[in-house]
Design a protein around this ligand. Structure first.
Ligand code: HEC
Ligand code: HEC
Length: 272
């Protein structure tokens, strides 16, 4: 009986999570962002646009498609990646979570000089970069529907919000340079991360992304840097208790993850 009840609770939790992912922007947005919308004399805070406000018609369809690709890349852009990570695995909450490299207001930054590529890149080039590195996939056609859908979705997230304050939280938080201890990181991983990401970093796709192994991002990805992962993890993980790790713990666990195997970046794509 207790076993059956336990299974039912797990099933229900999974259904709620999957429902939230399918609905595009997660349900938890509301609590996070509605709080800041009370007038405070300086105007209202930035507010996550609602999926229900996407217009009907071909442009709206493209935005919706972009949201699906963003949150379930392997399912909706299946020809271009076999990794079990989605854009939203790192750019959390459909790309609006502050300091998880959010997508809001990103289009205005392009074209931009990119030191890794060694030349000026467009937003589409930047998306390709995440496809071939973070998604460990291959480039998606620059003029194809999938790419356009992602660009339309990111533009939609970045639409002007007259009378509201600008979005805050670009990029990742800044952490001091620390010397990591991967041995201690293994303990942090076992106690704070393995519950969702698995004892062997395999995750439980699509709910919890893998952190290493064949289904993870490759060694050319930004997340493959201990410092960048530490900044991501310190602010955004553990997902159910964000902010509990010290910067040192975040470095340590990232260094431990860094020691584990992952796919190699395909040098054929090094122009991205
Ligand atoms: C494994 C994690 C991961 C995945 C998956 C991922 N990204 Fe990224 N992405 C990053 C990180 C980390 C950065 C910041 C990189 C840096 O500073 O080098 C970034 C940067 C970006 C940027 C530039 C943002 C800025 O602030 O300059 C865009 C645009 C972007 N990603 C789009 C995407 C899209 C679209 C997808 C899905 C196709 C995707 N990313 C998948 C980790 C990821
Ligand atoms: C409650 C479940 C949960 C726990 C615990 C948790 N994570 Fe996550 N993690 C997630 C989810 C879900 C995502 C996808 C982004 C999101 O929705 O916030 C994620 C994304 C990530 C990512 C980026 C995606 C990728 O493929 O690299 C990293 C890195 C990460 N977690 C590391 C950690 C570390 C390190 C810990 C322990 C300190 C941890 N997580 C604990 C659920 C969890």
């Amino acid at each position: 009986m207790a076993k059956k009840l336990g299974a039912a609770v797990i099933l229900l939790t999974v259904a709620v999570y999957v429902g939230a992912i399918v609905a595009g922007l997660h349900v938890k947005n509301f609590s996070l962002f509605e709080i800041g919308t009370k007038p405070d004399g300086k105007g209202m805070a930035w507010k996550a646009p609602l999926l229900s406000s996407i217009p009907n018609g071909p442009h709206g369809d493209s935005i919706r498609r972009g949201s699906l690709i963003f949150n379930e890349t392997r399912l909706y852009a299946s020809g271009y990646t076999h990794a079990k990570v989605s854009c939203g695995s790192c750019h959390a909450q459909g790309g609006i979570q502050p300091y998880a490299s959010p997508m809001v207001d990103i289009p205005a930054l392009f074209p931009m000089y990119n030191p890794r590529a060694g030349h000026v890149i467009s937003l589409k080039d930047r998306i390709q970069e995440c496809f071939v590195r973070s998604e460990s996939g291959k480039p998606i056609p620059s003029n194809g529907q999938e790419m356009q859908a992602l660009v339309d979705y990111i533009n939609w997230l970045s639409q002007p919000q007259p009378g509201r304050r600008p979005f805050v939280g670009r990029g990742l938080i800044h952490l001091p340079d620390l010397k990591p201890d991967p041995k201690h990181g293994a303990d942090v991983y076992a106690s704070q991360c393995a519950g969702c990401h698995g004892d062997h970093g395999e995750g439980l796709a699509p709910l919890f992304p893998p952190l290493w192994g064949p289904d993870s991002f490759n060694d050319g990805a930004g997340m493959d840097s201990i410092q960048k992962m530490a900044a991501f993890v310190q602010h955004n993980m553990p997902q159910n208790r964000m902010g509990i790790l010290s910067p040192q713990d975040a470095y340590d666990v990232s260094a431990f993850i860094h020691q584990q195997p992952r796919p190699a970046f395909n040098p054929a794509y090094k122009s991205f």
